[in-house]
Design a protein around this ligand. Structure first.
Ligand code: NI
Length: 226
Protein backbone atom coordinates (compact mmCIF):
# COMPACT_ATOMS: atom_id res chain seq x y z
CA UNK A 1 0.00 0.00 0.00
CA UNK A 2 1.25 3.46 -0.94
CA UNK A 3 -0.67 6.18 0.86
CA UNK A 4 -0.69 9.97 0.65
CA UNK A 5 -1.25 11.48 4.12
CA UNK A 6 -2.10 15.17 3.77
CA UNK A 7 -1.32 17.96 6.24
CA UNK A 8 0.81 16.14 8.76
CA UNK A 9 2.32 19.53 9.67
CA UNK A 10 0.48 22.81 10.16
CA UNK A 11 1.74 25.91 8.26
CA UNK A 12 3.18 27.21 11.59
CA UNK A 13 5.12 23.99 12.26
CA UNK A 14 6.36 24.02 8.70
CA UNK A 15 7.58 27.63 8.94
CA UNK A 16 9.37 26.89 12.22
CA UNK A 17 10.98 23.75 10.76
CA UNK A 18 12.11 25.56 7.63
CA UNK A 19 13.75 28.27 9.76
CA UNK A 20 15.65 25.61 11.75
CA UNK A 21 16.73 23.85 8.54
CA UNK A 22 17.97 27.11 6.99
CA UNK A 23 20.32 27.70 9.95
CA UNK A 24 21.50 24.10 10.35
CA UNK A 25 24.83 22.54 9.30
CA UNK A 26 24.31 19.74 6.77
CA UNK A 27 26.67 16.82 6.16
CA UNK A 28 27.10 14.06 3.57
CA UNK A 29 24.08 11.74 3.67
CA UNK A 30 26.12 8.53 3.30
CA UNK A 31 26.67 8.34 7.09
CA UNK A 32 23.35 6.52 7.71
CA UNK A 33 23.20 4.20 4.73
CA UNK A 34 24.24 0.59 4.20
CA UNK A 35 27.15 -0.15 1.86
CA UNK A 36 24.99 -0.86 -1.22
CA UNK A 37 22.96 2.31 -0.87
CA UNK A 38 26.05 4.42 -0.05
CA UNK A 39 27.21 3.85 -3.64
CA UNK A 40 24.07 5.46 -5.08
CA UNK A 41 23.32 8.05 -2.39
CA UNK A 42 24.25 11.68 -3.08
CA UNK A 43 22.52 14.09 -0.74
CA UNK A 44 22.92 16.09 2.44
CA UNK A 45 21.62 15.14 5.86
CA UNK A 46 21.36 16.77 9.26
CA UNK A 47 23.64 14.94 11.74
CA UNK A 48 21.16 13.01 13.89
CA UNK A 49 22.62 14.17 17.21
CA UNK A 50 22.65 17.89 16.26
CA UNK A 51 20.29 20.15 18.27
CA UNK A 52 18.38 21.13 15.09
CA UNK A 53 17.82 17.50 14.08
CA UNK A 54 16.65 16.57 17.57
CA UNK A 55 14.17 19.44 17.75
CA UNK A 56 12.89 18.70 14.24
CA UNK A 57 12.58 14.98 14.98
CA UNK A 58 10.49 15.71 18.09
CA UNK A 59 8.28 18.08 16.09
CA UNK A 60 7.59 15.33 13.53
CA UNK A 61 7.02 12.62 16.17
CA UNK A 62 4.53 14.88 18.02
CA UNK A 63 2.69 15.60 14.77
CA UNK A 64 2.47 11.87 13.98
CA UNK A 65 0.95 11.13 17.39
CA UNK A 66 -1.93 13.46 16.57
CA UNK A 67 -2.53 11.93 13.15
CA UNK A 68 -5.19 9.19 13.05
CA UNK A 69 -4.54 8.32 9.41
CA UNK A 70 -0.86 7.58 10.15
CA UNK A 71 -1.83 5.38 13.09
CA UNK A 72 -4.42 3.47 11.09
CA UNK A 73 -2.08 2.91 8.13
CA UNK A 74 1.16 2.15 9.99
CA UNK A 75 -0.17 0.58 13.21
CA UNK A 76 3.13 1.66 14.72
CA UNK A 77 4.94 -0.33 17.37
CA UNK A 78 7.96 1.94 17.26
CA UNK A 79 8.91 4.89 15.10
CA UNK A 80 12.61 5.37 14.35
CA UNK A 81 13.64 9.02 15.05
CA UNK A 82 13.00 10.96 11.82
CA UNK A 83 16.02 12.01 9.76
CA UNK A 84 16.27 15.06 7.49
CA UNK A 85 17.76 15.44 4.06
CA UNK A 86 18.34 18.00 1.35
CA UNK A 87 18.85 17.45 -2.38
CA UNK A 88 20.16 20.28 -4.55
CA UNK A 89 22.51 20.89 -7.51
CA UNK A 90 21.81 17.55 -9.23
CA UNK A 91 21.84 15.43 -6.05
CA UNK A 92 20.06 12.09 -6.33
CA UNK A 93 19.60 8.74 -4.60
CA UNK A 94 19.59 5.79 -6.98
CA UNK A 95 17.55 2.59 -6.70
CA UNK A 96 17.86 0.82 -3.37
CA UNK A 97 15.95 -0.97 -0.63
CA UNK A 98 16.39 0.38 2.91
CA UNK A 99 18.13 -1.80 5.50
CA UNK A 100 15.72 -4.24 7.14
CA UNK A 101 17.05 -3.69 10.65
CA UNK A 102 18.36 -0.55 12.27
CA UNK A 103 19.59 0.20 15.74
CA UNK A 104 17.67 2.90 17.59
CA UNK A 105 20.24 5.71 18.10
CA UNK A 106 19.28 6.30 21.76
CA UNK A 107 18.03 2.98 23.15
CA UNK A 108 20.33 0.73 21.07
CA UNK A 109 17.35 -1.53 20.43
CA UNK A 110 16.93 -3.16 17.02
CA UNK A 111 13.99 -1.93 14.94
CA UNK A 112 12.64 -3.79 11.93
CA UNK A 113 11.73 -1.39 9.13
CA UNK A 114 8.22 -2.31 7.96
CA UNK A 115 6.86 1.06 6.83
CA UNK A 116 8.80 3.93 5.22
CA UNK A 117 7.63 7.54 5.22
CA UNK A 118 8.80 10.68 3.45
CA UNK A 119 7.48 13.99 4.73
CA UNK A 120 7.95 16.93 2.35
CA UNK A 121 9.19 20.31 3.64
CA UNK A 122 9.57 22.08 0.26
CA UNK A 123 6.70 23.01 -2.04
CA UNK A 124 6.81 21.17 -5.41
CA UNK A 125 7.30 24.46 -7.31
CA UNK A 126 10.45 25.28 -5.31
CA UNK A 127 12.49 22.62 -7.17
CA UNK A 128 12.65 20.62 -10.39
CA UNK A 129 13.06 16.84 -10.29
CA UNK A 130 13.34 15.20 -6.87
CA UNK A 131 10.37 12.84 -7.37
CA UNK A 132 10.36 9.84 -5.06
CA UNK A 133 9.89 6.83 -7.33
CA UNK A 134 8.53 3.75 -5.54
CA UNK A 135 8.32 0.40 -7.26
CA UNK A 136 5.74 -2.13 -6.12
CA UNK A 137 3.83 -5.04 -7.64
CA UNK A 138 1.55 -2.56 -9.48
CA UNK A 139 4.46 -0.73 -11.16
CA UNK A 140 6.20 2.61 -10.58
CA UNK A 141 4.72 5.44 -8.52
CA UNK A 142 6.08 8.97 -8.79
CA UNK A 143 5.56 11.04 -5.65
CA UNK A 144 6.06 14.80 -5.21
CA UNK A 145 3.78 16.30 -2.57
CA UNK A 146 2.94 19.71 -1.10
CA UNK A 147 5.01 20.82 1.89
CA UNK A 148 3.59 19.30 5.10
CA UNK A 149 2.24 16.20 3.32
CA UNK A 150 3.67 12.71 3.65
CA UNK A 151 3.80 9.47 1.69
CA UNK A 152 3.80 6.08 3.41
CA UNK A 153 4.87 2.86 1.65
CA UNK A 154 6.13 -0.62 2.52
CA UNK A 155 9.85 -0.68 3.35
CA UNK A 156 10.22 -3.75 1.13
CA UNK A 157 9.85 -1.50 -1.95
CA UNK A 158 12.69 -0.61 -4.28
CA UNK A 159 12.80 3.21 -4.48
CA UNK A 160 14.89 6.17 -5.60
CA UNK A 161 14.93 9.98 -5.62
CA UNK A 162 15.31 11.59 -9.04
CA UNK A 163 18.04 14.26 -9.47
CA UNK A 164 17.10 17.74 -8.26
CA UNK A 165 18.08 20.04 -11.11
CA UNK A 166 16.81 23.38 -9.71
CA UNK A 167 16.20 24.63 -6.18
CA UNK A 168 16.36 22.45 -3.07
CA UNK A 169 14.20 19.57 -1.89
CA UNK A 170 13.97 19.37 1.90
CA UNK A 171 12.34 16.31 3.45
CA UNK A 172 12.18 14.10 6.47
CA UNK A 173 12.28 10.33 6.17
CA UNK A 174 11.82 7.66 8.79
CA UNK A 175 10.92 4.04 9.37
CA UNK A 176 8.33 2.40 11.55
CA UNK A 177 8.21 -1.07 12.99
CA UNK A 178 4.56 -2.00 12.74
CA UNK A 179 2.52 -4.21 15.04
CA UNK A 180 1.52 -5.86 11.74
CA UNK A 181 4.67 -6.91 9.93
CA UNK A 182 3.02 -8.10 6.70
CA UNK A 183 2.03 -5.35 4.26
CA UNK A 184 -0.94 -7.30 2.83
CA UNK A 185 -2.44 -7.79 6.31
CA UNK A 186 -1.73 -4.17 7.27
CA UNK A 187 -3.39 -2.90 4.06
CA UNK A 188 -6.43 -5.08 4.64
CA UNK A 189 -6.84 -3.75 8.19
CA UNK A 190 -6.43 -0.17 6.93
CA UNK A 191 -9.10 -0.60 4.22
CA UNK A 192 -11.45 -2.14 6.75
CA UNK A 193 -10.84 0.66 9.26
CA UNK A 194 -11.52 3.33 6.59
CA UNK A 195 -14.73 1.58 5.45
CA UNK A 196 -15.96 1.25 9.05
CA UNK A 197 -15.31 4.98 9.70
CA UNK A 198 -17.12 5.98 6.50
CA UNK A 199 -20.10 3.76 7.35
CA UNK A 200 -20.26 5.21 10.86
CA UNK A 201 -20.26 8.77 9.47
CA UNK A 202 -23.00 7.99 6.96
CA UNK A 203 -25.32 5.80 9.02
CA UNK A 204 -24.28 6.15 12.67
CA UNK A 205 -23.65 3.14 14.88
CA UNK A 206 -25.79 0.06 14.31
CA UNK A 207 -25.67 -3.64 15.04
CA UNK A 208 -23.86 -4.48 11.79
CA UNK A 209 -21.26 -1.79 12.43
CA UNK A 210 -20.61 -3.20 15.88
CA UNK A 211 -20.08 -6.63 14.29
CA UNK A 212 -17.68 -5.23 11.68
CA UNK A 213 -15.75 -3.29 14.33
CA UNK A 214 -15.49 -6.46 16.40
CA UNK A 215 -14.08 -8.31 13.38
CA UNK A 216 -11.50 -5.55 12.82
CA UNK A 217 -10.32 -5.79 16.42
CA UNK A 218 -10.30 -9.56 16.40
CA UNK A 219 -8.13 -9.61 13.26
CA UNK A 220 -5.81 -7.09 14.91
CA UNK A 221 -5.69 -9.30 18.01
CA UNK A 222 -4.92 -12.36 15.86
CA UNK A 223 -2.07 -10.69 13.94
CA UNK A 224 -0.52 -8.02 16.17
CA UNK A 225 3.02 -8.55 17.47
CA UNK A 226 3.79 -6.39 20.48
NI1 NI B 1 15.60 4.75 1.02
Amino acid sequence: MLLHIPQVLTPEQLAHARALMAEADWTDGRVTSGSQSAQVKHNLQLPEDSPAARELAQLVLDALKRHDLFFSAALPKQVFPPLFNCYQGGMTFGNHVDNALRRHPYSGEWIRTDVSCTLFFSEPEEYDGGELIVEDSYGLHSVKLPAGDMVLYPSTSLHRVEPVTRGARLASFFWTQSMIRDDAKRSLLFDMDMAISALRQRHGDGEELVALTASYHNLLRMWAEL
